[in-house]
Design a protein around this ligand. Sequence first.
Ligand code: SAM
Length: 257
Amino acid sequence: MAAEAMLEDYHSDDKLDTYTSVISDRNIPAVAAKYFNLYACLPNLRDKTVLDLPCGLGIKARRFISEYGASKVVGVDIVQKQLDLSRQSDVEAGVQDGRIEYVCHDAKVPREIFQADVCVAAHLFCFAEHFDELLGIANCVYMNLKSGGEFCSISCSLGRESTHLIKEKLETFDQRVIRLDEWSGDVRVPRKMASTIKGFKFEVCVWDYEAVVMALKSAGFSRVELVPYKADPEYSGPYNLEKYMKMIDGQVVMAIK
Ligand SMILES: C[S@@+](CC[C@H](N)C(=O)[O-])C[C@H]1O[C@@H](n2cnc3c(N)ncnc32)[C@H](O)[C@@H]1O
């Protein structure tokens, strides 16, 4: 799987419209489960500085300012086009100048960008194709947090079941699986998966939690904790959310520098 293939849909206007409609649809289990748990586990953001990595279209960044009282958000993404669209949406939403800034950067490459109190990541580890890239991401997050800073990330693992079983299960939740690697038996090797949800293609690398924890600890995080997903009590979609969360083995990854 080439890195460009993983990012293909994030460069296209039409596909980005599809992406926006997918992540706004709380009836889709992948959306309902993941975003509810991310927001439920966030540390207090009031008057804090936040690194949103990757920020995509800036949807979370705007919420961190308007609903969670963050003093400033720096959004980082590898696709410049999304940052341009984010800036446009910030203006339309009336976000005060300077409260959200954007930086185009590849999170796999550790670099000092901004010293934040909190780093929030939705779908970050899944863009590392090799263990050294996972280490790169962990180091990038670590070096952009203040001492005592907190990291909060939604993640899933798919477990170690056989491909055909996982494929069958995911398809009952409207996620069409195009390709999925078998479990290799080595936690340092991710299972590459290509799937579509309502027309948007997600090309990702699914990591075992052991690898994620290993990478964060090796970057220097003092405490790393996994918090199993809980079901949103307000979810009223047509799917069995508990069953879905069990299948993706959803956990929020929390760490302290
Ligand atoms: C599924 S989207 C999630 C966006 C956002 N976090 C959200 O919740 O809406 C994944 C994002 O990761 C970005 N991305 C992929 N690889 C990256 C990398 N190596 N460094 C920074 N951003 C990356 C993509 O461009 C895309 O915007």
